[in-house]
Design a protein around this ligand. Structure first.
Ligand code: SAT
Ligand code: MN
Length: 593
């Protein structure tokens, strides 16, 4: 037997001794196994069957109301030295963390089945892909992992070949928030998560492995593990550019990844291809470009707000074989959420008769889990072992004021600063206040498994002789007017911005240099038929010099928080931008489109 399988067996045996499950089930990823899991959960009530005519083989899971989102305050990166986790992470000493959670894992699986899930993040034959094994006592987690990863026998065979794997131990425990911890041990390539059954806390292949542990591995091995969607934009000549875009959770990654061209774009023959909606692993190819894979095999998307106007491709994807979590139900047992349509639900996400007074019918972070292969815009290229070449990287957050619709970074170093300085209002994807502006570098604040200062250095290190790096952009779909209404229509209309981005990559679109970066030249973005209004046109395409000067001061103090570890080049870049703003007359770049 190979040493990795030996190690796996030993680990499984050790975990079983500690957690004392009633039985152990090695998951093979087969249809029959999935059926058996679903049938079991229908019996226990963990799943509720939905209307089989409208939603074949689809189910609802209601989680404990105290367990509906990621818990950043209970998520730890346990490196031997605290400074290696950085101010961006909660830290615990590894020995102390092991002791703390092992005490909770002691006997945690009594009377339960312990499932062993070998999985592969990425196409099974991809050199960029990496494998892991999750041990869990939650059949809901197994069913979700089956959709979200390449799980089972093929992954186990690859683990034997690779000789190593990431170890993830999970138990729902008793769901007591006081006994809930999501611990990461990057040096050991291991994860221990207890007390939550929620997606990002419990599907350990996703944020825990594919971002926190993988970002650490990526730094050591010279690649990038990012919180980015990957989308292909094909122009009427048949040329496709792949764009990787980082937005925080619940800021529209799934919608952008599944965009459908409308109006003139549809008529002219533009097409949009989905590669991934949440995570992107990128590595330099022999040609100097960055090549990317989506390590996931499915979508764990936010349901509320998903409708025929916002994301028809998602609705088509959800037509069958979907697991819903914390959505509402109509009287005929169909899943429902705010933004789906104007029907009135019968039952809310907690199973109570729907009453407006109780708040939204679906939880704001209600989710769907569905295979990527069911998405009409999913491309075969997403299964390519070598990945897709990335032409542009886009950063963006929820910024109701100041930040224009789109700008381009001057060069890679400036682009890294733009990503590092990203700000966004918080959303329901994590527990805590919603709508609070915070810095969320590269949308990785909750997900980077090491010190952000070292992460910024790692990003900067890709700029070396021979590299043909993507251009870097920043977008903001969330600018609001004085009445609090969004100025930009968003969704399908975002293709107008993507068009400018790819024309910039090709060198055919004109831009105007400003101290914050290159903005579209007047007329550079097609706004035909949008009726934006003068105020919106001004606001979306101008640089408010004074406002940006204040922003740069805030960015400077954010960067100060990383102390001496912050790469010098980033500080220099910030000072260069601040100086350029100081030397500029207010609103010098205000422009009509
Ligand atoms: O963390 S999850 O993967 O469950 C969802 C998100 O916040 O992106
Ligand atoms: Mn995410």
């Amino acid at each position: 037997m190979s040493s990795s399988l030996d190690a796996l067996n030993q680990w499984v045996a050790g975990v079983a001794t500690l957690t004392k499950p009633e039985r152990i089930q090695w998951c093979d990823g087969s249809d029959a196994e999935y059926r058996q899991l679903v049938d079991g959960m229908l019996t226990t009530g963990d799943l509720i069957a939905l209307n089989p005519t409208t939603h074949p083989r689809s189910y609802l899971h209601r989680s404990n109301p105290s367990d509906v989102a990621r818990v950043e305050h209970l998520t730890f990166v346990c490196t031997p030295r605290e400074a290696d986790a950085g101010p961006n992470n909660h830290w615990m000493d590894p020995a102390q963390a092991h002791a703390k959670v092992d005490a909770l894992f002691d006997g945690a699986m009594q009377g339960r089945t312990m499932y062993v899930i070998p999985y592969c993040m990425g196409p099974i034959d991809s050199p960029i892909a990496r494998c892991g094994v999750e041990i869990t006592d939650s059949p809901y987690v197994v069913a979700n992992m089956r959709i979200m990863t390449r799980m089972g026998a093929a992954a186990l065979a690859r683990i034997e070949r690779d000789g190593s794997f990431v170890r993830g131990l999970h138990s729902t425990g008793d769901l007591d928030p006081d006994k809930r911890f999501i611990m990461h041990f990057p040096e050991e390539l291991s994860i221990k998560s207890i007390g939550s059954g929620y997606g990002g806390n419990a599907l350990l292949g996703k944020k825990c492995h594919a971002l926190r542990i993988a970002s650490h591995q990526a730094r050591r091995e010279g690649w990038l593990a990012e919180h980015m969607l990957i989308v292909g934009v094909e122009d009427p000549r048949g040329e496709t550019h792949y764009i990787a875009a980082a937005f925080p959770s619940a800021c529209g990654k799934t919608n952008l990844a599944m965009l459908i061209p409308t109006g003139g774009y549809a008529k002219d023959g533009w097409k949009v291809w989905t590669v991934g909606d949440d995570i992107c692993w990128m590595t330099p190819g022999d040609d100097g470009r960055l090549w990317a894979i989506n390590p996931e095999a499915g979508f764990f998307g936010v349901a509320p707000g998903t409708g025929a106007n916002t994301n028809p491709n998602a609705l088509a994807t959800l037509a069958h074989d979907t697991i819903y979590t914390n959505v509402a139900l109509t009287s005929d047992n169909q899943p429902w959420w705010e933004g789906l349509d104007d029907r009135v639900p019968a039952v809310d996400w907690q199973g109570r008769p729907y009453d407006k007074a109780n708040g939204p019918a679906a939880h704001p972070n209600a989710r769907f889990t569905v295979s990527a292969r069911q998405c009409p815009s999913y491309t075969d290229k997403a299964e390519a072992a070598h990945g897709v070449p990335i032409s542009a990287i886009v950063f963006g957050g929820r910024r109701p004021s100041l930040v224009p619709l789109v700008f381009e970074a001057r060069d890679w170093t400036h682009g890294v600063l733009v990503g590092a300085a990203m700000g966004s209002e918080t959303t329901a994807a994590a527990t805590g206040a919603v709508g609070v502006m915070r810095r969320d570098s590269m949308a990785m604040k909750p997900f980077c498994g090491y010190n952000f200062a070292d992460y910024f250095s790692h990003w900067l290190s890709f700029d070396k002789p021979g590299a043909k790096l993507p251009k870097i952009f920043h977008v903001n779909w969330f600018r609001k007017d004085t009445d609090g209404k969004f100025m930009w229509p968003g969704y399908g209309e975002n293709l107008r911005v993507l068009e400018w981005i790819i024309r910039r990559v090709e060198g055919t679109a004109r831009g105007i240099d400003t101290p914050i970066g290159t903005l579209p030249a007047p007329g550079g973005i097609n706004v035909e038929g949008l009726a934006l209004g003068q105020a919106a046109e001004r606001a979306l395409f101008e640089v408010d010099t004074e406002g940006w000067a204040t922003e740069m001061t805030d960015i400077a103090s954010y960067l100060d928080g990383f102390g001496d570890r912050l790469p010098r080049a980033l500080r220099d870049e910030q000072q260069r931008m601040a100086a350029a703003l100081a030397n500029t007359a207010p609103r010098a770049w205000a422009q009509a489109v």
